[in-house]
Design a protein around this ligand. Sequence first.
Ligand SMILES: [Zn+2]
Length: 58
Amino acid sequence: MSNILPFKKKKNEGGNIMCKNNHHKWEVVKDQQFDVKSGKLVTVERCSRCKKKRNRLS
Ligand SMILES: [Zn+2]
């Protein structure tokens, strides 16, 4: 008899539950970058889990 293992979910999905709830793990990618659209200095941040990016106004 061979054991049939149930389909395992990737660990990655579990980690992103936080992200789905909008609790991202932001890390600064670039300091003080000028954003042409807003005409302001912004800090570019990226989530280390889901790689989402955001611009934070300084
Ligand atoms: Zn995230």
